[in-house]
Design a protein around this ligand. Structure first.
Ligand code: A3P
Length: 296
């Protein structure tokens, strides 16, 4: 058994050029050699982009909108995070995935070149959810306050600098979204936006159903919308991460289901921070056809 000091608030560790949560890097061969199953569905995002929301929606789609069935287990067991490993505090992502029945949901935040090769060879279906960078930065800052596997964020100002430089777990938001977007040209990836899901969940859930070759009635889509609304998920202990050991997540610092809105960045960015961010954004995103909305 490891002591919590060995995993809690450690500095990030580089893996193949990408900054990663320290404890996840241990025995990285388990990721490189991971063998997918033919019908795995990969749920891939940059952190804080609505991964949990998307995972619950996909589980509801696969289970024809049966909310009771979707309460069969906690979200971390139903959609294990591939790269998660914390020296035995919890069952690792790979071990949980081995136990899960097919079709498995495989959650990951990995950049393209760290994803196990077997997924590319298998032509696995992937759903990517992207969220505008400013709201991601704010959400990631609050997540650093509560997720003790991450380093402490410092002040908001300090964290924003690190985020802009890509010195945070999983690296640069810009590189992540641009490279996954580019990959849609050659791989079956359904690319979604958090803001679209907020604005028109019916339309986005139907896209997911079509991608997964599921026929859903309007009635079922309505059930999915209700079950996966922010308010319902916030109060659902199977998905709101209150089941996590307090060694790992401290909900007294910030809740996992925090605000769930588009445009919260306006409450945090100063005018100067916003100008600096916009300058960087323009440089980083020039040449990419990927567009985001920072408010609805
Ligand atoms: P905020 O911190 O802005 O509230 P992830 O699951 O990728 O870690 O993303 C977490 C973010 O998604 C948090 O954002 C969380 O509140 C938001 N979220 C979770 N469930 C949601 C839902 N049903 N509707 C809208 N946002 C949701």
């Amino acid at each position: 058994m490891v002591s919590s000091e060995e995993v809690v608030r450690k500095d990030l560790k580089m893996i193949h050029g990408h900054p990663m949560i320290h404890t996840f890097v241990f025995n990285w061969e388990r990721i490189e050699q991971f063998q997918c199953r033919p019908d795995d569905i990969v749920i891939t995002t940059y952190p804080k982009s609505g991964t949990t929301w998307l995972s619950e929606i996909v589980d509801m789609v696969l289970n024809d909108g049966d909310a009771e069935k979707c309460k069969r287990d906690v979200i971390t067991a139903k959609a294990p995070m591939l790269e998660m490993a914390d020296h035995g505090i919890r069952i690792s992502g790979v071990e949980q995935l081995k136990k899960n029945p097919s079709p498995r949901l495989v959650k990951t935040h990995l950049p393209i070149d760290l994803l196990p090769k077997s997924f590319w060879k298998n032509n696995s279906k992937m759903i990517y959810m992207a969220r505008n960078a400013k709201d991601v930065a704010v959400s990631y800052y609050h997540f650093h306050l509560m997720d003790r596997l991450l380093p402490l964020p410092g002040t908001w100002e300090e964290f924003l600098e690190k985020f802009m430089a890509g010195n945070v777990a999983y690296g640069s938001w810009f590189n992540h979204v641009k490279s996954w977007w580019k990959k849609t040209e050659e791989h079956p990836i359904l690319f979604l936006h958090y803001e679209d899901m907020k604005e028109n969940p019916k339309q986005e859930i139907k896209k997911i159903a079509t991608f997964l070759e599921k026929k859903l009635s309007n009635d079922i889509v309505d059930k999915i919308i209700h079950h996966t609304s922010f308010e319902t998920m916030k109060n659902n202990p199977m998905v709101n991460f209150t089941h996590m050991p307090s060694t790992v997540m401290d909900h007294s610092k910030s809740t996992f289901m925090r605000k769930g809105i588009a445009g919260d960045w306006k409450n945090y960015f100063t005018v100067a921070q916003n100008e600096k961010f916009d300058d960087l954004y323009e440089k980083q995103m020039s040449g990419s056809s990927l567009q985001f909305r920072t408010e609805l």
